[in-house]
Design a protein around this ligand. Structure first.
Ligand SMILES: NC(=O)c1ccc[n+]([C@@H]2O[C@H](COP(=O)([O-])OP(=O)(O)OC[C@H]3O[C@@H](n4cnc5c(N)ncnc54)[C@H](O)[C@@H]3O)[C@@H](O)[C@H]2O)c1
Ligand SMILES: [Mg+2]
Length: 341
């Protein structure tokens, strides 16, 4: 009897498994790789690798386009042999995802090896992440950003905060453990709110002193300990431009690798048109002002290069489409245009 039940259970389980979508199977496989060291070690032999050098990703240029090559384990071994290094280096890679066909993807930083040798061997170049994110295909930039953030987190968490002893990573790189204290460290992100404030017919954009000339963006700020998203939006708007938010709603979120792993939580906020006088915090901002719809539409078309005028001043331009600030601005334009229609 028990055998019949077991056979029926197996049939139902395998049916459920087949019914699972490609996405669900992929996520379950990735989770197994994170948890199971021997499975992940085996996966490294059949996976593909994104290369980094001191946290700069490796890109190849074909014509005017930049690509992020995925190298096989065999190609990595060939490079390592050039340096008379062993394949043990592969163990320093971190798991960053997998294809729909369950080919795992890893990121590996070869920062200790001579950069120019790798570049000429693989015919490409290690490119600063800030530049790389804006020149690669849109689907590759989130992958590069999260890979770099994870590599950076490992670099800065080599030792236990409590004992000062070295921490040991698991094979996938999803955590580090201090065996002396038993503390497990997981990769961290800092929550940051980014808010496009509107008074109903205009939107508020600001400049930090570190921004490139002419660029304006939505207000942003790190969440304080214990704060929720709504409280952070209210506080940041009050702190930076002296306005009181009346209502707000969530738009979307984005992982942002600068300065190190932020979770950008994007919202729209409304302030009363009668109480919209800006009182800017000069310690944080260089300029903050209201923009009408026409000026925003013009600014969205403007390239950073074409923003400089003959008298040396700069016309406003906005963050590129890879930044969530861009998305907030486009949503606001859509909202305003639909109201006018
Ligand atoms: N992707 C986008 O569209 C977009 C747009 C704007 C800003 N951002 C990012 O948002 C982040 C925060 O924006 P901000 O500079 O306006 O923040 P902010 O207004 O909170 O000011 C930054 C200051 O906050 C303090 N701070 C508090 N907690 C911090 C933490 N965990 N890490 C670092 N500093 C902390 C520091 O003193 C720092 O100088 C920046 O890293 C920026 O790159 C992204
Ligand atoms: Mg700020």
């Amino acid at each position: 009897m028990a055998a019949i039940y077991q056979a029926a259970y197996r049939r139902v389980s395998s049916l459920i498994c087949r019914l699972h979508s490609t996405y669900v199977r992929k996520m379950r496989y990735l989770n197994e790789l994170k948890e199971d060291d021997s499975l992940c070690r085996q996966a490294q032999t059949s996976g593909t690798f994104y290369l980094f050098h001191n946290l700069s990703p490796f890109l190849q240029k074909v014509g005017e386009k930049y690509f992020v090559p995925q190298l096989s384990a065999a190609e990595i071994k060939r490079i390592l042999e050039k340096f008379k290094e062993t394949e043990q280096w592969i163990e320093m890679s971190v798991l960053i995802g997998c294809s729909d066909e369950h080919v795992p993807r890893f990121a590996l930083d070869l920062g200790a090896l001579e950069k120019s040798v790798i570049e000429s061997e693989l015919k490409g170049s290690f490119t600063n992440l800030q530049k790389a994110l804006f020149v690669v295909d849109g689907k590759d930039s989130p992958l590069l950003a999260s890979a770099q953030s994870l590599l950076q987190w490992h670099n800065s968490h080599q030792y236990c905060n409590k004992t000062g002893q070295p921490t040991q990573r698991n094979v996938s790189g999803s955590k580090r453990v201090c065996h002396a204290s038993g503390i497990t460290y997981y990769p961290q992100m800092s929550p940051v709110i980014i808010t496009l404030v509107s008074d109903g017919s205009r939107c508020l954009l600001a400049r930090q002193p570190s921004f490139p000339q002419g660029m304006y963006s939505a207000l942003s700020g790190f969440c304080d300990m214990g704060e929720n998203v709504e409280e952070a939006v209210h506080r940041e708007v009050a702190e930076e431009v002296g306005l009181e938010v009346e209502s707000l709603w969530y738009s979307s979120s984005q992982h942002w690798p600068f300065p190190s792993s932020c979770l950008m939580i994007a919202c729209h906020a409304i302030v009363r048109a009668q109480q919209a006088e800006i009182s800017m915090n000069k310690l944080e901002l260089e300029e903050a002002r209201w923009f009408g719809l026409e000026e925003i539409v013009e600014g969205l078309k403007r390239e950073p290069r074409s923003s400089k005028q003959d008298d040396g001043s700069f016309l406003p331009w906005f963050p590129p489409k890879q930044a969530i600030a861009h998305q907030l601005i486009c949503e606001w334009v859509k909202q305003q245009t639909s109201q006018l229609a």
